[in-house]
Each structure stands twice: as structure tokens, then as C-alpha cells.
Design a protein around this ligand. Structure first.
Ligand SMILES: [Fe+2]
Length: 236
């Protein structure tokens, strides 16, 4: 099975068709479609103007029928807007946390749009991933990546240590996230963290100040082969 993940689209409002971000998003969607994706996960921060219905509707109309697509909220999204625009087919659950069984793995999706992972969702990942190898999709990284970088200093998941500990105690092997607007794969001594970049803008992870970096739009590929997981980024 092949999963594609894109994140932090930050689609602008307006009708302009030559916008760079929109064009990058279309390139990523086209790549996932042609690459015979079994599942596309869009892991939050869909709009540039918070909760923009217009930008969500643009994305909904741009999504191809295949692959099946799951929409997750980020801190710039409002769950009710996503549910209204994308519906149960793409949001799956009203409260935006749920689990799917895929081959030998369980895929777990949670909602950190409040900037922390609520206690009931921490209990959910503990119980769902207690006995079965699992992958977690979460908008915010549960590891600071670089504690002295701008995103870790200013925009980290508020209860990252508690979430990280719950993941380490579970059977979650790989965590796929966004929010930090860059790409990295890190061994977190208990799970592997995979950060997927944004097609809108890229943030320097090592500087204390907010610095933008040049970038190309990237999509994360996640291949599940029986009991093995591999993942890498393709830049389009
Ligand atoms: Fe973002």
C-alpha cells in the first residue's frame, strides 16, 4: 500500500489562477493521482486566511476522485468548516480522531487544532495502539526537532512531552506530521518522526528568528509492505 501525505497548504483566498501556492498544490495532487496512491492524507493548515470557506471549497473542487483523501485540521482550521465543505467521506469523524486498519498496521489520526492533544485523544492513542503496530498522523510534531529553532520556541505542541511519552509507551512506530514547514526524518528513541514540508513556504528549523528558505513543493510517500514501513519525500 502506498500513502501520500501533503500538509500546510495555506491556500490563499481569491480567484487568481496563477498563484504560486495553488499551482504547487495542483502539482502535488496530480503527482499523488498519477503515482497510484491508495490514500492521500492532507494533514492540516489548509488555508492562508484562517478558516476560509472559499479556500477550502477551491481545494475540495481540485481533489481528484482517486485517491481516497482524508482531511485533518491544523491550528489554522476550524473543524466545523472542514466538515461542512469536505463532508464525512473525507473527514471520516465529526471529532476528527479515529483509527483505520490497513494491512498489518493501524492508522491513527488525531486533532491538535487546539495547539495541544486533549486528554481523551491521548487515551485514544494509548488504547488503539496498545497491542497493534501503528502509524500516527498528527498536525503538530510531538518532538521539538530542534529545541532552539523558531518553531519549537514559538509554536510547539503545548503538551509535546506528554504526547511523546504516550507514543513511546504504545506500539506506534512512525509519526507523520507537518506544522513546522520543513522536511526531516528523526529517530526519537521510541518512534520515528517524519516531518513533511509545505507547498506554501518553508521555515528555517535551526534559526531562533523567523527565516524563510527557498524550496520546492514536496509530497511524502509512505510505503507499507507487510510488516515494513519506508518513507521519503518526492519534490515535484
Ligand atoms: Fe502551517
Amino acid at each position: 500500500m502506498r500513502i501520500h501525505q501533503i500538509t500546510d497548504l495555506h491556500i490563499p483566498d481569491g480567484e487568481t489562477t496563477n498563484d504560486k501556492t495553488k499551482s504547487n498544490v495542483l502539482k502535488l495532487l496530480s503527482f499523488a493521482h498519477k503515482d497510484h496512491s491508495d490514500l492521500l492524507v492532507i494533514s492540516g493548515d489548509l488555508t492562508m486566511t484562517d478558516n476560509s470557506v472559499q479556500a477550502c471549497e477551491w481545494l475540495n473542487s481540485a481533489l481528484p476522485e482517486t485517491p481516497r483523501t482524508i482531511i485533518m485540521p491544523g491550528n489554522h482550521d476550524k473543524a466545523s468548516v472542514l466538515w461542512e465543505v469536505f463532508g464525512p467521506k473525507r473527514c471520516i469523524s465529526h471529532d476528527f480522531y479515529f483509527a483505520l486498519d490497513i494491512d498489518a498496521y493501524k492508522l491513527i489520526f488525531v486533532d491538535t487544532s487546539s495547539y495541544s492533544l486533549p486528554d481523551d485523544q491521548i487515551e485514544f492513542i494509548k488504547s488503539e495502539a496498545a497491542n497493534q503496530a501503528s502509524l500516527l498522523f498528527i498536525h503538530h510534531p510531538p518532538d521539538l526537532i530542534n529545541p532552539s529553532g523558531f518553531m519549537a520556541l514559538n509554536h510547539a505542541l503545548e503538551n509535546a512531552p506528554q504526547v511523546s511519552e504516550a507514543i513511546k509507551e504504545s506500539q506506534i512506530e512512525h509519526v507523520f506530521c507537518g506544522h513546522y514547514h520543513n522536511a526531516i526524518d528523526k529517530d526519537c528513541d521510541g518512534f520515528y518522526l517524519h516531518l513533511t514540508p509545505s507547498p506554501a513556504f518553508q521555515i528555517d528549523l535551526d534559526s531562533e528568528e523567523f527565516y524563510l528558505q527557498p524550496f520546492n513543493p514536496g509530497v511524502r510517500i509512505i510505503d507499507i509492505e507487510q510488516t515494513s514501513i519506508t518513507s521519503h519525500i518526492i519534490y515535484v
